[in-house]
Write a protein that binds this ligand. Structure first.
Ligand code: G3H
Length: 490
């Protein structure tokens, strides 16, 4: 049971005595239909949000604060201490990820370990960037030196599906480069941050990192409306991001680092190795119940292999094991968002009404009110909601295509552009114009494998309305700084 009735402003962890939200696990108490309370969350008001912002603004001090003025090596020393203090928190964070967002143990452990690796890699990249700062360039009789400075105050909102890991992919580079931050914890996935507060308080000067929680609609707009946010880092749904950005009085100065919705497609060509395509499509569409921004949210199968593919795919989905996150071999777990089962049911009903078949080749009952065994909807057409919306759950949408032109048109019309996967036994260059279309429309084309963010050192971004800015290691440092040339003639 995590006591989340706290928040952190100006280095002080405060007990909250206002409205509290009980946090329940999606998992029921064994053998019952009783909810399990796993903690609570402070429902802060605009007053605390603005206090947190003031603390971050004061620590920034228009670039003259202790933290932005500190040498990179001293900031790195703070970050290294932070890593050491986090290490003993591994098991508690893993347990929270299992109970609060139902991530299976191996994935929860990976989320923690990957984050530690990410911080260490970011430290290394920051050192390399710093060393490059002293490189002088001389051209046309002008000697130029690049000076890199932090930008200011970040407002950071992370997602529920990687509450710990993905939030850090914007937070860590920002503070390492000398910026200060207000972190608004996600409503689902909030508890993973509570055990880290003490480490933040011990390792960084007052006001560098501030934590708030509560309803986004109440706590976020007041911050954005001040115009004092310099970097807005947001991972989640486009609607929420748009609503917040539109309240900014000085949008031209706001730096955006957005990772939004995606509808990654798997394209299974007629010459694909179907066994490999099936296993990668199962992983890609259903690992962590399909709740990954990189998940395969639409499978497009060449008509000539559709029947064979479906036979194998339905069998593979049917062999997935549903259960609790700590049980051996489990892949399907209860969903953290209470409204998700109803939403998925709506998508299924809409597709059926418009002519699709729906199969759910397994059973899942008794582990919680949000346990949903995956269903497969096929063949889909563009009128169906499931082809237009990001389902973000255990629902696989499968359509067909019969020519390269047809599938290229499908890719072009999408408003999303994060990644795609192509399954073929031929050399990719044989895809001809389709490969050009893919490369123009998405940020990563995966050949014969599912879509994914890792390795984390690869640039991670998206085209169209899927992203703005690039996460990774080296690329994530650049949006957190401003570069100036000092150019000397002669
Ligand atoms: O949910 C979005 C994440 O960036 C997906 O990361 O591909 O490592 O699961 P992943």
């Amino acid at each position: 049971n995590i006591d989340g009735a706290k928040y952190m402003i100006n280095g002080e962890i405060r007990k909250w005595d206002g409205a509290i939200q009980t946090v329940y696990s999606p998992i029921f108490l064994e053998g019952t239909e009783e909810k399990v309370q796993i903690g609570c969350q402070a429902r802060l008001t605009p007053k605390e949000s603005l206090e947190a912002l003031d603390a971050a603004v004061a620590a920034w001090g228009n670039g003259a604060g202790e933290w932005p003025q500190m040498s990179l090596s001293s900031r790195i020393a703070c970050m290294e201490k932070f890593v050491e203090l986090l290490k003993p928190q591994r098991e508690i964070i893993v347990k929270v990820l299992m109970w609060e967002i139902c991530k299976v143990r191996p994935d929860a452990e990976k989320e923690f370990d990957r984050t530690m690796d990410y911080i260490n890699a970011t430290i290394k990249a920051a050192k390399e960037l710093h060393n490059a700062e002293n490189n002088l360039t001389e051209e046309s009789g002008i000697l130029a030196m690049i000076r890199r400075k932090p930008i200011g105050v970040m407002l950071n909102l992370g997602p529920f599906n990687y509450p710990f890991n993905e939030t850090y992919t914007t937070l860590i580079p920002a503070i390492l480069m000398g910026n200060t931050c207000v972190m608004k914890l996600p409503n689902v996935g909030c508890l993973a941050h509570i055990p880290t507060m003490e480490a933040f308080a011990q390792c960084f000067p007052k006001g560098v990192v501030n934590f708030i929680s509560g309803a986004g609609r109440e706590t976020m707009p007041p911050i954005m409306e001040t115009g004092k946010v310099d970097i807005f880092a947001f991972i989640g749904g486009s609607k929420a991001a748009d609503a917040l950005i539109k309240n900014v009085p000085n949008p031209h100065k706001l730096k955006l680092c957005l990772s939004l919705e995606a509808k990654n497609v798997a394209i299974v060509m007629e010459d694909a190795d179907l066994d490999n395509a099936v296993s990668e499509c199962v992983l890609g569409s259903l690992s962590y119940n399909g709740q990954r921004c990189t998940a395969l949210k639409q499978l497009m199968i060449h008509t000539s292999v559709m029947d064979k593919f479906m036979e194998k795919f339905v069998a593979a989905v049917g062999s997935l094991k549903a259960g609790l996150p700590w049980e051996e071999g489990v892949q399907i777990t209860p969903l953290p968002e209470p409204s998700k089962p109803e939403y998925l049911a709506e998508l299924r009903a809409d597709a059926m009404e418009k002519g699709a078949n729906v199969v759910s080749p397994g059973a899942a009952q008794g582990w919680g009110h949000t346990m949903v065994f995956p269903s497969i909807v096929y063949p889909t057409n563009m009128d169906m909601r499931v082809m237009q919306e990001e389902q973000f759950g255990p629902l696989v949408s499968v359509g067909t295509f019969s020519s390269m032109e047809e599938i290229a048109d499908y890719v072009k019309q999408s408003k999303y552009g994060q990644q795609a996967a192509v399954f073929t036994s031929s050399d990719v260059s044989n895809l001809g114009p389709l490969l050009d279309v893919l490369v123009n429309c998405v940020s990563r084309v995966n050949v014969n494998s599912q879509c994914q963010r890792s390795p984390d050192s690869f640039p991670f971004t998206g085209r169209k309305s899927s992203a703005l800015g690039t996460l990774s290691v080296v690329e994530a440092l650049k949006p957190m700084i401003v570069e100036s040339l000092v150019a000397t003639k002669g």
